[in-house]
Design a protein around this ligand. Structure first.
Ligand code: F0G
Length: 471
């Protein structure tokens, strides 16, 4: 593979407004989070004809051997020819993306798949414990390109943990994270605090925090690192490259992913569209985006109200009417899967493009289904946080509906590590305790069928031996 010179790089990559009636373009080294002309989302685009794209995806594998080169070691930047917006010397990497795809037999059985057909992509193995690091390395590299000195995000917890680790390890940025008060799992809050980020606990939820950070970032000249930032999504494309790599470059039948702010699903769709356009894959897998039933904007709009990408002209009035009604009803997002407790997904339009490209479907799953699936994922050898388990719960639902066939090859994305939210895990497995009972009841969890309850035993040799023999 040829190297791209820095000069070429900044002209072959550009930002483009997603709104077809506007479609304005902007240089890659401008800091924008929305089109200045019409306010729509921006995309990063490339003039692929002028870029040295590899003849085959297999070429990326050769970089595996080059582990003493930080950019080749990174599971994101190993694929840098497919996200060529940053000169090598501006890239900030902490070795993200060393994640694995594993055939999950026990979980596959739970989902209803044929033997060997369910795969779990374990993004919890990233440095900050979630998939966000794939995107954050890209956003922070872009921040470095444009000379930013401070950065911010709103977060349900993982974005803030990720931004915080990149800021503290690079020592290049002052970081502000905005979180909803009481709406963030402790594992994640502890990360932002421990990594030294300025943490603003807003008296509101994620949607409030997101709206505020957008307002404040411009005037305060702070670089915004939410997935509204198109460079973040460039990094998240690589999750799909690694899935393909692990499948020896064979395209699976389904990718199943939880939907919150819809950054991941948008990035996955873009990844497959580009790979197809470049002739590097011959077909695109189907995409299933899974909402929590308590924060199901995409499900309602796409599945119930028929909102579609519509060749780049989705029905904006339908979306506005939906949000006006949501506010009039006072409906706020509510789910135990706090990572995806979001009612105004910023990447809604890009997710519609992804659904269109991938012949996608959207489903919603209850917190009960999420927690049951999470317990099965844990028992199957791969722990995850509640939001991640929505993917497996969703696959199970699609299997029961017959949309997914037992013979399909399915990849569920486990987006975040098990230790992010121990409170919910412990509550599920100790349903009799006072605090668990309260938490489960408040969230309408009526059964804990897969609970692995601890056995209370007196501090006595005989009683312990008896207890062990009885297990
Ligand atoms: N899973 C986990 C563990 C997450 O943290 C998130 C999003 C999602 C799924 C949803 O992904 O937004 O790309 O649809 N967490 C964000 C945050 C919003 O602030 O950490 P998405």
């Amino acid at each position: 593979m040829k190297k791209i010179s820095t000069a070429v790089q900044t002209t072959v990559a550009y930002q483009k407004c997603l709104n077809l009636d506007c479609a304005e373009t902007f240089p890659v080294d401008e800091t924008l989070t929305a089109c200045p002309s019409c306010g729509s989302l921006l995309d990063v685009q490339y003039d692929w004809d002028r870029l040295p794209v590899p003849g085959s995806l297999k070429e990326f594998e050769s970089r595996w051997a080059n582990r003493n080169q930080p950019l080749d070691f990174s599971g994101v930047w190993r694929f840098r020819q497919l996200l060529p917006f940053a000169p090598d010397d501006k890239i900030v990497t902490i070795g993200e993306g060393q994640t694995i795809l594993q055939q999950a037999h026990a979980v596959g059985k739970y989902v209803g798949m044929g033997a060997g057909n369910l795969h779990l992509q374990y993004e919890g193995l990233n440095p900050s414990g979630s998939f966000k690091d794939n995107g954050m390395t890209a956003a922070i590299s872009h921040a470095n390109m444009v000379g930013a000195t401070s950065a911010a995000c709103a977060s349900t917890g993982n974005t803030s943990a990720s931004l915080a680790i990149y800021a503290s390890s690079s020592q290049m940025f002052k970081v502000f994270v905005f979180v909803g008060s009481g709406k963030i799992a402790y594992g994640k809050l502890s990360q932002a605090l421990d990594y030294g980020s300025k943490t603003l606990q807003l008296l509101g939820d994620f949607d409030d925090a997101m709206a505020r950070v957008k307002e404040v970032a411009g005037p305060a000249k702070i670089y915004l690192c939410n997935s509204i930032n198109p460079f973040r999504l460039e990094g998240q494309k690589t999750i799909m490259y690694r899935v393909l790599e692990a499948l020896r470059w064979e395209v699976p039948d389904w990718i199943v992913v939880p939907g919150g702010n819809l950054g991941n699903s948008s990035a996955f769709g873009k990844a497959f569209l580009e790979l197809k356009q470049l002739g590097l894959i011959d077909r695109i897998p189907r995409l299933a985006i899974i909402n929590a039933a308590g924060s199901n904007t995409l499900y309602r709009l796409f599945q119930e109200q028929g909102l579609r990408w519509n060749n780049g002209r989705p029905d904006q009035e339908l979306i506005e009417r939906f949000y006006t009604q949501m506010d009039a009803d006072g409906r706020r997002a509510a789910t135990l899967a706090t990572a995806i407790q979001i009612n105004r997904p910023v990447n809604l339009i890009k997710a519609l493009r992804a659904l269109d490209a991938c012949d996608g479907v959207v489903r919603q799953v209850t917190d009960q289904e999420i927690l049951d699936a999470k317990a099965q994922i844990g028992a199957g050898g791969f722990g995850c946080e509640p939001a991640s388990a929505a993917s497996v719960a969703g696959a199970r639902l699609l299997r029961a509906e017959g949309v997914i066939a037992p013979s399909d090859r399915v990849v569920c994305i486990l987006t975040g590590h098990q230790l992010k939210d121990p409170t919910v895990t412990v509550a599920y497995h100790t349903p009799q305790s006072e605090s668990s009972r309260k938490l489960l009841a408040e969230n309408e969890i009526t059964t804990t069928a897969y609970a692995n309850e601890p056995i209370v035993v007196e501090n006595d040799y005989d009683k312990i031996l008896k207890a062990v023999r009885g297990l």
